[in-house]
Design a protein around this ligand. Structure first.
Ligand SMILES: Nc1ncnc2c1ncn2[C@@H]1O[C@H](COP(=O)(O)OP(=O)(O)O)[C@@H](O)[C@H]1O
Ligand SMILES: [Mg+2]
Length: 341
């Protein structure tokens, strides 16, 4: 898709606009951000750049003097900046600023909005594929409530009535827990600041969701967790990543098999591994699985967006996702993030 050498970009301005551009460039093939600068040491883009291991600086002149830059993108909105660049740009590196920078910024904002909508739509589509599983899980306690209530209507023994009432409360609690989990998952990702998210909790929550992916449930689950493998991120996004990967494992095993969830913490990294004993992924399919809309599932079972979204989110947090698979034996996905713990 992308040809030629990467475009080496210097970003001037690390406010909201600069940060959005930084995010976009960082995940775009063929573009490399070689530096970002802002006069304000607290500009959000500078902090983000450090997380992404991109050189961040307050010294624009120094940044401009570096070799190998192909494009300067000026989103400072400062009219004096154009002049400053002109004076410190002896090699005549191409500059994108003023109106063109604003145009680019508008397009990026638009793209970010569309992406957020796509991610949300994918979550809802996933819930759509879970409906028979959810209905099954809600129906069981629901029918229990009904039959207990019917019995109570003809019952005069206060002890039996009390027992039934207790069972009813428990069944209703089970339903409430299902609804709560679904609401949490369906929540629109907030624009709030990043918080510490525990991967163990995210995997456990994801497993509850993924169980709805199949009604037949003879999946053995083994957990092998370290204490507090914490990632800085938005809880909804980390959960979405885990739900997508764990769901794939559960779907691959078609309701029967073994799922192994593990977490590790070492060298400033946290790792989650999700291993299934499903049929594995054929070699010729393996390099397509992260492509948007690639799916081998029948309509109503998959959207082909799960892994694409998982990878986009993981990369946004400066992490990586990889897969190893043996046909007939199973598949292992590994998620790795910088540790926040
Ligand atoms: N654990 C797995 N075992 C076998 N195949 C998998 C596994 N995870 C993903 N895949 C393959 O990758 C494809 C893309 O996955 P994904 O992006 O989640 O989309 P979807 O699940 O909607 O098909 C799946 O259709 C399937 O062919
Ligand atoms: Mg999937």
């Amino acid at each position: 898709m992308v040809s030629g050498d990467p475009i080496n970009v210097i970003l001037l301005g690390a406010g909201t606009g600069g940060t959005s551009l930084l995010e976009l460039f960082a995940r775009s093939p063929g573009v490399e951000v070689v530096g970002i600068a802002d006069k304000n040491p607290d500009a959000p883009g500078l902090k983000r750049a450090r997380e992404l291991h991109i050189p961040a600086s307050q010294d624009v002149a120094e940044l401009l003097s570096r070799d190998g830059t192909g494009l300067i993108v000026d989103v400072t909105g400062d009219p004096a900046m154009a002049e400053f660049i002109a004076r410190h740009n002896p090699r005549g590196i191409q500059v994108l600023g003023g109106m063109t920078a604003r145009l680019l910024w508008n397009l990026v904002q638009h793209e970010a909005g569309i992406q957020a909508q796509l991610f949300q739509a994918a979550k809802l589509a996933t819930i759509g594929t879970f409906t028979s599983g959810i209905a099954h899980d809600i129906n069981n306690p629901l029918y229990l409530v009904m039959s207990l209530a019917e019995d109570m209507a003809d019952e005069s023994d206060p002890g039996v009535i009390r027992d039934h009432a207790r069972d009813i409360v428990q069944a209703v609690r089970r339903i409430a827990a299902i609804v709560k989990g679904l609401t949490l998952y369906a929540r629109v990702s907030s624009a709030d600041d990043l918080v510490g998210v525990d991967l163990n909790g995210a995997l456990d929550e994801a497993l509850k969701m993924a169980r709805y992916a199949t009604v037949l449930n003879e999946i053995e689950v083994a957990r092998d967790y370290v204490a507090r493998p914490v990632v800085r991120g938005r809880p909804e996004e980390i959960l979405q990543v885990c739900v997508n990967i764990v769901t794939n494992g559960v779907q691959a095993m078609n309701g029967r098999g073994a799922l192994r969830l593990s977490t590790r913490r070492e060298d400033g990294l946290v790792t989650a591994t999700i291993a299934d004993t499903g049929p594995g992924i054929p070699r010729d399919v393996l390099d397509k699985i992260f492509d948007p809309f690639f799916t081998t599932k029948e309509p109503g079972k998959g959207t082909g967006l799960g892994l694409h979204i998982a990878r986009t989110i993981v990369k946004k947090y400066g992490g990586l996702i990889d897969v190893s698979s043996h046909e007939g034996r199973g598949t292992t996905f590994r998620l790795q993030f910088p540790s926040a713990g």
